[in-house]
Ligand binder design. Structure first.
Ligand code: ACM
Ligand code: ZN
Length: 764
């Protein structure tokens, strides 16, 4: 009994009943705790078959870890009363990456079909032990685990071009990935602002391309271009020796590194090193930030020597990296330089290419042919679909899931990395309280709730979804501490998305297990986000009534709120059940943990009551599946949109928004208002005009008024209510038409149809 109590006290991971607190993330597929426990002691031996060389490396990994947390120096294959056994077997149902972990009073056994599975078993075991050096007993309760992953591609990306992160930090990142059973590190090695990989044949790539003029004190997009002759000393690169060392380090930890060499765009740093690669062939320096004026960032698609260069670079890259997949970028190519280049135009003529999209497709297909000839597979961002997808290409879907869905339907492999919710450079908590980030709002729970299999795919098509990945772009991430902050703890949520069965996902349980890991981050000095404390205000319509529920992601968080416009505090109402809204109000809410207000600024949301609340709406053109707001009732849910795009705005792509509302009975009304949003950079524009029509029978409509858009299309953001007032009239049906407004001259989509975003049709 005494020993038992000691172990509870010292290890801290057994609860008062002596049961193991399950701290494993990602949650194992099957886990059963049994009576009794096992303690790793000084004399515990590590048992394995020494003839299996791979096991030797895994055994050493185990030995090193136990040494780091206890100081014990466990020996291999010594006679002992307690042992840690690693064993390769032939086990059904667990595949190449799965493992069995069993803890009995005298041993811990990890069995798998491969060394990969053994290492994952070890990672689970490590999460049941103290995270840092301790004098405590290393006690684990008896249990059986059977575990294997849901997806093959479990990725994390790191942009080392916008800021360079040295080899030691890259290893730390790989360690973190491995602990949470990720298996793919997407290393974004080249971009406009820096080339980061030594290429022996082209030494200027790192002598020139790895260094930029330091303008870091100016906001990313406003930085002036570097002038030739200015001192360029901000940056760095990896030597081939360092890369080999990192690849080896990663391999022991089950991580494959997929290198990305960007083309045909995002290549200003390569062009700075070798100006012959671009259409203009003019001297330039690597970019200082995000201002592309007077910069060449594309390889010339008409120049064969650019292809020779890329093949030589890729040859060295493939000699270094054993990865089956080689990433070639392909995103965000501004094709203006190709339009103005005689060689590119000549190429298009010769190859019978109709436009520059087809020229990009030609470029990527030509590179794929080369990569395939070396028995590797090409992967690229979803723009590689434009102008025709290369025959064997794998698509990384980042502009939402649309590209991934399209590719899967064409029987191409897909990795899902949609900006929402998998861009970890986006905010994870209330932007008002966070360090500057690029934008967006991808909270821990939004990541946790993600399912990489879109509803649009059937079972057969879903098989082409290899998995998913979070991307970390570094425009606004200047230190390795900030990298830690942006990925922790969101990568733990993604780990569970990618590994654990979809049906077993449980947010509250995850949040509870997470607490062990947050404590471990504190113990190890890792910088992590303490959480999103902004209350989520979520309206819904039930039986024609507007209800609002309030929730917080904070562990054991409570919500306090007001509805009279005042700032909530600890004396405000505590939220328990959904609030019924029966007048136009503004709800303000805060998160409270252990009696402490966690949100610096309350969340708030306005509601407007009017005659169409909860009424049925039908649309002539469909709402975009990406911007559904609260679903079909969104236009009449009483919820006003904010400047945040994803929230409460319905989006209509390229077409007019035509909605018809049935009030259910004849009503006397005197004003109609349609709320709309403009977001210039996202191709969202206020409509050219909004026409309001009414009807008593739903067939014969009469125009009431048409309101012309008075707002300048060059305004970056605008919220505008198109409001018509008129003499009181009786109507049952209302039809509203918002006319699509093509993108204005000077916009990157000039002349093309835009988006219309609407939040509410207010009937008074
Ligand atoms: C990307 O975010 N441009 C792939
Ligand atoms: Zn050209």
């Amino acid at each position: 009994m005494k020993i038992f109590l000691m172990s509870i006290f010292l290890s801290g991971f057994l609860n008062t009943l002596g049961q193991q607190f399950n701290s494993i993330i990602p949650a194992p597929v099957e886990m059963k705790t049994l009576p009794g426990n096992f303690s790793i002691g000084k004399t515990t031996t590590i048992k394995f078959n020494t003839a299996q060389k791979e096991l030797y490396a895994a055994a050493q990994f185990l030995k090193d870890h136990i040494n780091s947390i206890s100081g014990y120096n466990l020996e291999f294959n010594k006679p002992a009363t307690t042992m840690l056994e690693l064993k390769l077997g032939k086990i059904n149902d667990i595949g190449n990456e799965g493992y069995l972990l069993s803890v009995t009073p005298s041993s811990i056994n990890i069995t798998a079909n491969t060394k990969t599975g053994i290492v994952y078993g070890l990672q689970s075991l490590f999460q049941l032990l103290p995270a840092i050096r301790t004098n405590a007993a290393l006690t684990v309760s008896c249990m059986n685990i059977k575990d294997y992953p849901r997806f093959k591609w479990r990725g994390m990306h790191l942009d080392v071009s916008r800021h360079f992160f040295g080899p030691e930090f890259v290893k730390k990142y790989i360690d973190l990935m491995s602990q949470y059973k990720f298996n793919t590190f997407h290393w974004h090695l080249t971009d406009d602002q820096g080339w980061r990989i030594e290429i022996k044949k082209y030494p200027l790539l790192t002598q020139i391309g790895a260094w930029r003029v330091d303008k870091n004190n100016i906001t990313w997009s406003s930085r002036p271009q570097a002038q030739l002759g200015e001192q360029a000393n901000y940056g760095g690169y990896y030597t081939q020796e360092q890369i080999k060392d990192i690849i080896k380090y990663a391999a022991l930890r089950n991580i494959t590194i997929v290198p990305e060499i960007e083309m045909p765009g995002h290549s200003a740093a390569a062009i700075a090193s070798y100006p012959f690669l671009s259409c203009l062939q003019q001297a330039q320096l690597p970019m200082t930030g995000g201002n592309y004026t007077n910069i060449s960032s594309n390889y010339c698609a008409g120049n064969d020597s650019a292809f020779t260069f890329l093949e030589n670079v890729l040859t060295e890259v493939m000699n270094l990296f054993p990865s089956q997949y080689i990433h070639v970028g392909g995103d965000e190519v501004d094709k203006t330089s190709w339009k103005n280049c005689p060689k590119c135009q000549e190429r298009m003529k010769k190859e019978g290419l109709k436009n520059e999209e087809e020229l990009q497709s030609y470029f990527i297909k030509r590179i794929e042919k080369f990569i395939s000839s070396k028995k590797r597979k090409m992967i690229g961002w979803d723009e590689i679909l434009e102008g025709g997808l290369a025959p064997e290409a794998t698509v990384m879907s980042w502009r939402g899931e649309a590209g991934g869905i399209e590719a899967a339907k064409m029987n191409h492999n897909v990795v899902m990395t949609p900006g929402t919710p998998l861009y970890f450079d986006h905010y994870q908590a209330d932007p008002a309280t966070e360090p500057r980030a690029i934008g967006g709002f991808n909270t821990l729970k939004r990541v946790y709730d993600y399912n990489p299999i879109p509803k649009e795919l059937d079972e057969q098509q879903s098989k082409f979804i290899l998995g998913a990945q979070a991307n970390l772009w570094a425009e606004f991430i200047t230190t390795s501490k900030q990298v830690e902050y942006m990925v922790l703890p969101r990568m733990l949520a993604l780990a569970e998305v990618l590994w654990s069965p979809q049906a077993a996902k449980d947010w509250n349980n995850f949040n509870e297990r997470l607490q062990y890991h947050l404590k471990a981050f504190d113990q190890k000095g890792l910088n992590y986000s303490k959480g999103n404390f902004k209350v989520n205000i979520n309206p819904s319509i039930q039986d024609g009534k507007l209800l609002v529920s309030l929730s917080t992601e904070a562990y054991k968080g409570q919500v306090y709120y007001t509805s009279d416009g005042t700032t909530p505090d600890l004396s405000s109402k505590k939220y328990t059940t959904p609030i019924s809204i029966d007048s136009s109000v503004t709800i303000k809410a805060i998160t409270v943990v252990d009696g402490k207000i966690m949100s610096a600024i309350p969340a708030q949301q306005s509601f407007i009551l009017h005659k169409a609340i909860g009424k049925n709406v039908s649309y002539t053109n469909p709402v975009s599946p990406y911007y559904r707001a609260n679903g079909p009732s969104s236009l009449t849910d009483g919820v006003r949109g904010t400047e945040e795009i994803g929230k409460y705005w319905q989006g209509f792509s390229e077409k007019d928004m035509i909605a018809t509302v049935d009030l259910g009975q004849s009503e006397s009304i005197h004003s109609l208002t349609l709320g709309c949003l403009q977001h210039y950079n996202d191709w969202i524009f206020l409509p050219q005009f909004v026409k309001f029509e009414t009807s008593e029978n739903g067939v014969d409509f009469e125009e009431v008024k048409t309101i012309i858009n008075p707002i300048d299309m060059n305004q970056k953001t605008a919220l505008y209510d198109f409001k018509a007032t008129f003499a009181q009239r009786n109507v049952r049906y209302i039809r509203v038409t918002a006319k699509n407004n093509p993108c204005p001259p000077g916009h990157s989509g000039a002349g093309k149809p835009s988006w219309i975003f609407t939040d509410e049709l207010i009937v008074q």
